[in-house]
Design a protein. Structure first.
Ligand SMILES: Cc1cc2nc3c(=O)[nH]c(=O)nc-3n(C[C@H](O)[C@H](O)[C@H](O)COP(=O)(O)OP(=O)(O)OC[C@H]3O[C@@H](n4cnc5c(N)ncnc54)[C@H](O)[C@@H]3O)c2cc1C
Length: 474
């Protein structure tokens, strides 16, 4: 157990601002965004710079105190929630929120771990560039968390996930050594890629203190459209059609089930359906160009969607008339998780299968889950073009006690969905990570080779097991 004396030792190196131990101030950071996990911790350590992180890690190693790195605490898998027994301290990077440099010439931003994603978006735009990764939690998620979860989001189709956007990393390793891998080398063959090992490590191999992130030219012309389709097969046909017409300008392509749209319209004030026709599925599409051209993005998308309509791929479509409407279309997509939370209890699965198999998976797995768990409803939404959807199984209508339903059914339903995913050659975590939520399932379903490699790497970096215990590594 961590007592006041231990907390005081950290205060001596971090100063009064660097340690938060008032229980009221600590409390909001002890549970996850979805309210599924509740941990305990005597204090939040909040260093102001990399040297302070290193000193903190060294002291923690000396005292044998486990650390839970935390950014915006928006993890979907309980990744930043400390253990329930109070045995660990939270190491928050939120005070380290400087953009150290932003170079339009090099298309690079060097950000400290605590920089919030929307802050980076704004800074890049002010310099005529953009950081091409966005997600619903952009107002809270931090660079350190995004790197450590290898976050995805809605632009992976064109720009890749975090892994593809990280050009360099600075981190403090479990022995307190500072790994300076910030210089953005295009070529570097000094053996194992330590930077990439830290991407997606979920705080189990060290603390990311800064990252050099790739920027791309700002958007000069964009078009955002909405299409109603009969099913995921047609949605994928639409994607291939748009790619054939617009090439790699297709940056966003999100599929949304009609029931998900219905939840948004019911629970999120000010939202309305972009199309009048009621179709079983919907697609949100965005095409972006870095320069103005004739015909413009809107006209190009309009022509392509018109062809799709004629070919019977889609049933209806709308194109945003202006930026406000484009944002309103995106707001629907970004509010899906929140709306579903308001709708009632549900179990959420972030899964991937090969892109071509995704349509059959979406319909097949939903039908199979509804048959196996009578009264429940299942559907999915998300990044069809990446072969990644968020597959949700909702409690039967009128379920009085959500947490009790999750407790009673959660394990069986999870095992059912995950078995279905693995049978389809997929992954039980496409972009949210493993955290504490999927650890047991990773142990159950991963191959012996994967498990021994994960455990071996963890042991090599963190032999004392002090970094984010109870997460990721089974
Ligand atoms: C509404 C909503 C929508 C979302 N949409 C998406 C989406 O589309 N795609 C997607 O990929 N994710 C999505 N997420 C999940 C989440 O936003 C991402 O996982 C994000 O990367 C977490 O960032 P964070 O700063 O909040 O990290 P936290 O939640 O604080 O931490 C996440 C993990 O990273 C570790 N960590 C945090 N900072 C550091 C650091 N500096 N060094 C080492 N380890 C660290 C933590 O220990 C933990 O394991 C969504 C979440 C919400 C709430």
């Amino acid at each position: 157990m961590i007592d006041a004396e231990i907390v005081q030792r950290f205060r001596e190196i971090l100063g009064p601002k660097g340690v938060i131990d008032d229980p009221d101030d600590v409390a909001p950071w002890l549970s996850d965004w979805r309210g599924r996990y509740k941990g305990a911790s005597a204090a939040i350590l909040s260093p102001a710079n990399t040297d302070e992180v290193a000193a903190t890690v060294r002291l923690a190693a000396e005292l044998g105190v486990p650390l839970v790195p935390q950014g915006g605490n928006t993890s979907m898998v309980g990744g930043a929630t400390p253990p329930v027994d109070g045995s660990a301290l939270i190491l928050s990077l939120r005070r380290m929120n400087r953009i150290r440099t932003l170079s339009p010439e090099n298309n690079l931003a060097v950000c400290e771990a605590g920089v919030i994603l929307s802050t980076l978006h704004e800074a890049a735009l002010a310099a005529g560039r953009r950081f091409p990764l966005s997600l619903g939690a952009k107002g809270s998620a931090t660079v350190g968390g995004l790197v450590s979860t290898n976050a995805g989001g809605t632009q992976v189709l064109r720009h890749g996930s975090m892994r593809a956007l990280v050009e360099g990393i600075e981190a403090v390793l479990p022995d307190g050594a500072i790994f300076d891998g910030l210089s953005a080398l295009r070529k570097d063959n000094r053996g194992y890629d330590i930077r990439q090992l830290l991407v997606g490590a979920e705080g189990t191999l060290g603390v990311v203190t800064a990252a050099a992130l790739r920027l791309v030219p700002a958007i000069a012309d964009r078009a955002v459209g909405w299409a109603g389709v009969a099913g995921p097969e047609d949605a994928l046909r639409l994607l291939r059609h748009l790619e054939a017409r617009l090439g790699d300008a297709v940056e966003g392509f999100e599929i949304i089930a009609d029931d998900g749209l219905g939840h948004v319209l019911s629970h999120i004030p000010g939202t309305r359906s972009p199309i009048a026709t009621r179709t079983p599925w919907h697609v949100l599409v965005e095409a972006d160009y870095a320069e103005r051209r004739e015909p413009d993005a809107r006209a190009l998308l309009e022509t392509a969607l018109g062809e799709a309509l004629e070919a019977g791929i889609i049933a209806d479509a709308a194109i945003a008339e202006n930026e406000a409407q484009a944002e309103a279309f995106w707001r629907i997509r970004e509010s899906l998780s929140e709306a579903e939370r308001a709708q009632g209890p549900a179990l959420q699965f972030d899964v991937s299968v090969p892109v071509a198999d995704m349509p059959a998976f979406m319909t097949g797995a939903a039908a199979a889950a509804e048959a196996a768990f009578p009264g429940s409803t299942a559907s999915s939404f998300g990044h069809l073009g990446d072969g990644n959807v968020h597959f949700h199984v909702r409690a039967p209508r009128g379920t009085p006690d959500g947490p009790a339903w999750i407790k009673a059914e959660g394990e069986t339903i999870s095992a059912f969905v995950h078995d279905t995913v693995v049978a389809a050659g997929g992954s039980i975590s496409a972009e949210h990570g493993i955290g504490q939520m999927k650890r047991a399932e990773l142990a159950r379903l991963a191959s012996p080779a994967r498990l021994s490699a994960l455990r071996g790497i963890k042991a090599a970096f963190d032999p004392k097991g002090l970094f984010n215990p109870g997460k990721l590594i089974p």
